[in-house]
Design a protein around this ligand. Structure first.
Ligand code: NI
Length: 137
């Protein structure tokens, strides 16, 4: 197990009050655990250079009545079968679909695929969630 180092952090009162509100809403029991998670999140994000091995989840929320949209999204996914592990589709209501795509590959390739899917006309909201253990491999 890693050794632990304590260090002091100076924050403006308003920023600390907002941080305390945030950690309370998220259910953290102390500032240290919340701060560790925030730091890990930023480190995972910044470790995503183009050739690094990575994995993540792409979510797409869209209106399936939009002409040709579903076909376009499926075509793009078939062109990237090498990095897509699985896709799950939920019919949210009469109009809307939520698709969740689990991906693994080079960070740059994943980012390009996510950008392409999210920018497809008719996608109402899309997001790439980058993840990793946060440890060097
Ligand atoms: Ni659907």
């Amino acid at each position: 197990m890693d050794t632990v180092t304590r260090f002091g952090v100076s924050l403006p009162d308003m920023l600390l009050a907002k941080f305390d509100g945030y950690i309370k809403r998220r259910g953290y029991t102390n500032r240290s655990e919340a701060l560790r998670d925030l730091i890990r999140d930023r480190l995972v994000d910044s470790s995503w250079d183009s050739n690094a091995a990575a994995c993540g989840v792409i979510s797409l929320f869209y209106d399936h009545h939009q002409r040709n949209l579903q076909n376009k999204l499926t075509d793009i996914q078939h062109d990237h079968g090498n990095i897509i592990i699985s896709t799950s589709h939920a019919h949210v209501d009469h109009r809307h679909c939520l698709e969740v795509i689990i991906v693994r590959g080079k960070a740059g390739d994943i980012q390009k695929l996510a950008d392409k899917l999210i920018a497809t006309k008719g996608v109402l909201h899309g997001k790439l969630m980058k993840t990793s253990s946060g440890r060097e491999v």
